[in-house]
Each structure stands twice: as structure tokens, then as C-alpha cells.
Design a protein around this ligand. Structure first.
Ligand SMILES: Nc1nc2c(ncn2[C@@H]2O[C@H](COP(=O)(O)OP(=O)(O)OP(=O)(O)O)[C@@H](O)[C@H]2O)c(=O)[nH]1
Length: 417
């Protein structure tokens, strides 16, 4: 029994130890199952000393506190976002210059060829215009009178000339055109605006039926031959319709082109109804699976009502042979006829729905300004221009190239400048 106090002490010490381990030490250990939850909890914000990160990187971090960097003194290049990183809209840039309009796309090679073909107009109309500005530092309103004379005598046409000069006058009044270079640039911009007529492009029909119209001798048959050459070279199956039943030589001319490019020529007897030939040709082109049918027609004076009625009938007859055809009615104009070309175009446009114009013989005139007048007054796009008699002398019309060829410096001038 003497050991009883000792036993009690030992029991008490053990009990105290058990209580200590059960209550006090347990609190220091992580509670089971809560470890992951703790790891996901946000860390307390740590003040950043390093340079601010690119915003794209910040976006990826999501909850990281945003530190707004001080505005750089000059606009910095945008950081390249990591692949797949969400793009964050960048801060508005300070003092960004307004974007200049993109310069018209011109092809150097095409312009050089055009320049050659337009040599007569460059040496005539354009040279006379340039001469007005040569050696002039200051620009005075009298210059507009000299320009007016050159434009009117180069077949730009009264209405178009007045419209262009009015715009220049306004620019001068606002002091926007104070030197020769500025006026020249404004004139060039006006020309580009006038010539850049949009409009639906040829339909993707098979066969695409193209009706060529125009007065006598403008170059319809020759242009058909040139187009047939171009399209055949592009691998298209071309059929030609000799709708000029009035002139036997026109049929023979078309047959020569047909042989040259390997295109079938559909013709009627001399004096046959041109509508009947066009109808037959449309059917044949369809059956043969042709890509393009080019329909030649006899030259007709735009002032002869019966002939204009006849061409309307040809158009209706083609539509009977194929729904929606002809898909293109192109008016061929001889650029050397100047203002007369404009009158013809107005009357043909009234009689037929024109899709485009072809201006031939631009190589043979110093007054190429007629293109501006025709486009401005008719609002029909120029599709092709003829710069000679060879097949390759037919060029697709591209306003920017045309303006560069006329208004731009030639290679010699450009090098000297
Ligand atoms: N210099 C030059 N001559 C051309 C051009 N286009 C056509 N010609 C010539 O113009 C003349 C008349 O061409 P055609 O094709 O017979 O004219 P057309 O409109 O069919 O004539 P018609 O059948 O009488 O209505 C020909 O001598 C052609 O070689 C061109 O762009 N430049």
C-alpha cells in the first residue's frame, strides 16, 4: 500500500501527457482532407518590384493583382502575345497619326507597257497639261483657265472639265493647293476617282455570252479576235458568232481569227437575219459546252432608229436561246473620234443595258482625255482598251495603272528626279 501515492503520480503524469497530445499537438497538424483547398487559396498580394509584365501574360494569370504601369513616354510596340494567349485590348495610343489611305496598287510591268501604248496622249494632252505647271512656284487661279483650254481640246468634255476644275477651285480657296505638286496630285486623284467605276463583273455562266455592239469601223471584229485569243490562251473553249451579216468581209475576218485560235465560227448566209445567227450560235455554244460565246454585230449608226431596234431584237433573240443571256453587252468606242464617242455611248446606253465599254485605238490619239469624259458622263466601266492592232494590244483596264501611265513620271524622268 506504500506504493499507492507513487502509482497515483504516475497515472496523473500519463493522463496529463495524453491530454497534451490529444488537444494541444493535434491543433498544430494540418486537418486531414484540407491540404488541397489551402493550396488553391490566393496568396496575399506581394508588392511587385520587377517591371510590369505584358498584359497578355497578366491575363493568363487571371487573379494576379493588376499593377498599372506608368504610361510610356512614347508608344511602345505591342508585346507579342504567347500563342493561344487571350488578346487584351491595348491602351489607346497617345498621339497616333491618322492612317494615310493606302496607295493604289499599280503593276510596274503593266504600267510600262501602257505608257508605250499611250505615248501619243502622254506627248499631247498630258505634256500640254504639265507645261502649264513647269517652272511655277506659286499657283494662281489663272492656271485653271489654261487647264480648261487643254482639257476641252483633249476631249475630256465640257461637263467633266467643269466638274474637275470646280473641285480644284474649292481646294485652292481652302489653301489646300498652294503649289504645282499639290494641284497635280489633286488632278491625278480626280482622274482616279472618275475612272474607278465599280459594277458587277461578268457572270459565271457557261457559256458566258458576250454581245459586241458599236458603230462602223470602231474595232468590234478585231476586238473579238483579240478577246478570243486571250481566252483561248487561258484554256477556255471559245465560239464566235458572225452576227455581222451585212458585210461579207467581216465574216471572213472573224473566220481568220477563229482559225488562228481554234474557235468554231457560227455564220449565216450573207444578208441573213443577225438575230437568227446569234440564236443558232447560242444554242451551238451551249451544246458544245463552250466557256464563252462572242457575238459580233454589224456596225450601226446610233442615230438610225431602225438599226438600234434591230440590235435590241438580236439581244432579245439571244435571251430566247438561253435564259439570262447575253450576260455582257459591251460597247466598242473608237477613242480617236473624241466627243462623237461620247454621243454614241449615250445613245447605245439608252437603247441597251451596257455592262462595259471597250475603247480602241487609244494608241492613235493624242487626246486620250476622252476616257475621263466617257466614264464621268456614262458611269459605265471601261473593261478593255485597245492600244494597237495586234492581239496582245488589248489590255484589261485598271484605273490605277492607267492613271499612273498618264500622270506618273516615265522611267527616265523618275531616275533623273
Ligand atoms: N491602231 C489600232 N487599230 C485598231 C484597234 N482596234 C481595231 N483597230 C483597227 O480598226 C479597223 C476596224 O476594225 P474592225 O474590227 O473591222 O471594226 P468593226 O467595228 O468590226 O467594223 P464594222 O464591221 O464595219 O462595224 C481595223 O483596221 C483594225 O485593225 C486598236 O486598238 N488600235
Amino acid at each position: 500500500m506504500d506504493n499507492q501515492p507513487l502509482v497515483l503520480i504516475v497515472v496523473a503524469v500519463l493522463a496529463a501527457l495524453a491530454v497534451y497530445f490529444l488537444f494541444f499537438r493535434k491543433k498544430e497538424l494540418p486537418p486531414a482532407g484540407k491540404a488541397e483547398e489551402r493550396a488553391e487559396r490566393p496568396k496575399p498580394p506581394v508588392p511587385e518590384k520587377a517591371a510590369p509584365k505584358p498584359k497578355a501574360a497578366e491575363a493568363e494569370e487571371g487573379a494576379a493583382p493588376e499593377i498599372i504601369p506608368a504610361k510610356p513616354s512614347r508608344p511602345l510596340a505591342e508585346p507579342t502575345p504567347a500563342p493561344g494567349a487571350a488578346r487584351v485590348p491595348s491602351e489607346p495610343r497617345a498621339a497616333v497619326e491618322p492612317a494615310a489611305p493606302p496607295p493604289p496598287v499599280v503593276s510596274k510591268k503593266d504600267v510600262a507597257g501602257l505608257r508605250k501604248g499611250l505615248a501619243a496622249t502622254r506627248g499631247g494632252f498630258m505634256a500640254r497639261l504639265k507645261a502649264i505647271f513647269t517652272g511655277k512656284k506659286e499657283i494662281d487661279p489663272a492656271i485653271l483657265e489654261q487647264m480648261e483650254e487643254v482639257m476641252l481640246t483633249s476631249d475630256v468634255g465640257v461637263k467633266t472639265t467643269q466638274a474637275i476644275l470646280e473641285r480644284l477651285r474649292e481646294g485652292m480657296a481652302k489653301n489646300e493647293l498652294s503649289d504645282a505638286d499639290a494641284v497635280w496630285a489633286a488632278l491625278r486623284a480626280e482622274a482616279t476617282r472618275i475612272l474607278s467605276i465599280g459594277g458587277p463583273r461578268p457572270a459565271k455562266e457557261k457559256p458566258l455570252v458576250v454581245l459586241m455592239v458599236g458603230v462602223n469601223g470602231v474595232g468590234k471584229t478585231t476586238t473579238i479576235g483579240k478577246l478570243a485569243t486571250k481566252w483561248s490562251a487561258d484554256g477556255k473553249k471559245v465560239v464566235l458568232a458572225a452576227g455581222d451579216t451585212f458585210r461579207a468581209a467581216a465574216v471572213q475576218q472573224l473566220e481568220v481569227w477563229g482559225k488562228r485560235v481554234g474557235a468554231e465560227v457560227v455564220k449565216g448566209k450573207e444578208g441573213a437575219d443577225p438575230g437568227a445567227v446569234a440564236f443558232e450560235a447560242t444554242k451551238k455554244a451551249n451544246e458544245a459546252g463552250a466557256d464563252v460565246l462572242l457575238v459580233d454585230t454589224a456596225g450601226r449608226l446610233h442615230t438610225k432608229v431602225n438599226l438600234m431596234e434591230e440590235i435590241k431584237k438580236v439581244k432579245r433573240t439571244i435571251a430566247k436561246a438561253m435564259d439570262g443571256a447575253p450576260h455582257e453587252t459591251l460597247l466598242v468606242l473608237d477613242a480617236t473620234t473624241g466627243q462623237n464617242a461620247l454621243t454614241q455611248a449615250a445613245l447605245f446606253k439608252e437603247a441597251l443595258e451596257l455592262n462595259g465599254l471597250i475603247l480602241t485605238k487609244l494608241d492613235g490619239t493624242a487626246k486620250g482625255g476622252v476616257v475621263l469624259g466617257v466614264c464621268d458622263e456614262l458611269k459605265v466601266p471601261v473593261r478593255y482598251i485597245g492600244l494597237g492592232e495586234r492581239a496582245e494590244d488589248l489590255r484589261e483596264f485598271v484605273a490605277a495603272d492607267f492613271v499612273e501611265a498618264l500622270f506618273g513620271k516615265d522611267d527616265g524622268e523618275a531616275e533623273a528626279a
